[in-house]
Design a protein around this ligand. Structure first.
Ligand code: ADP
Ligand code: MG
Length: 244
């Protein structure tokens, strides 16, 4: 039996009285790339953050690889270790080199030796094209290079799935392509990815499915050519009209 990589069942999230997720049902299969699009404030980040319990869902269930992470008895640290997350802001430690940034969680969380962590870190920095920048501090790197270090840091933990929250939104336009290229390569290698993005070209070319959210609900969920190319709902059309 194959288990879903991610399954959300009737997920609700309130901040106080503000219902931000209003009953989300969705699945991501192993090896799939699913892009989430939608206007600012529609609940995309909250949805992503509920998958690894950076936000606690108010109601409903979240399963990651068949394990119910909303079960109060679950070992949430063990679940989080399997999930890599990349944010709009890269959140690198400014006083540590790129190499140290990619080593630290391996040593602290996975208890890898310094030597092993360094080998894994160099491999992953090479993989994302910043192997020559191992000894640079984040402040000496471009935004695109910093974001690729952040991706290498996530990959060094051997995640079985990756969450990306607008990974290119803080970048100068000319640096976006390098980061998307790395993400495309990851997708081709079979990584399961849930990606909040405004990059419609990436969504069209790389995603297996595109999910359009508005006002805390999923309005449309389907193949990229359908959701982006031939949207069924007026709200999707209006959104695409604004961003395309
Ligand atoms: P998106 O990522 O689609 O822009 P978010 O998930 O960030 O949307 O936010 C959805 C709504 O939830 C917004 O109205 C936002 O103000 C609210 N919200 C998000 N995080 C919090 C929080 N920690 N506390 C209170 N309200 C929040
Ligand atoms: Mg957001």
């Amino acid at each position: 039996m194959t288990v879903h990589a991610i399954e959300l069942r009737d997920l609700h999230k309130y901040f106080g009285k503000n219902e931000v997720l209003k009953g989300i049902d969705m699945t991501v299969e192993q090896g799939q790339v699913v892009c989430v699009i939608g206007p600012s404030g529609s609940g995309k980040s909250t949805l992503l953050r509920c998958v690894n319990l950076l936000e606690a869902p108010t109601r409903g269930k979240v399963f990651v690889e068949g394990v119910e992470v909303t079960d109060p008895d679950v070992d949430i640290d063990a679940v989080r270790r399997r999930i890599g997350m990349v944010f709009q802001q890269f959140n690198l430690f400014p006083h540590m080199t790129a190499l140290q940034n990619v080593m630290i969680a391996q040593q602290r969380v996975l208890k890898r030796s310094k030597r092993e962590a360094e080998v894994v870190a160099r491999d992953n920095l090479d993989k994302v094209g910043v192997g020559a920048k191992c000894d640079s501090l984040p402040g000496q790197l471009s935004g695109g290079q910093q974001q690729r270090v952040a991706i290498a840091r996530a990959l060094a933990m051997n995640p079985s799935l990756m969450l990306f929250d607008e990974p290119t939104s803080a970048l100068d336009p000319e640096l976006v392509g390098d980061v998307l290229t790395v993400m495309r390569k990851l997708a081709e290698e079979g990584m399961t990815m849930l990606v909040v993005t405004h990059e419609m070209g990436f969504a069209r070319q790389v995603a297996d499915r595109v999910v359009f959210m508005d006002g805390g609900v999923i309005v449309e969920d389907g193949a990229p050519a359908q959701v982006i190319g031939d949207p069924r709902h007026e709200r999707t059309r209006a959104f695409l009209h604004r961003v395309l």
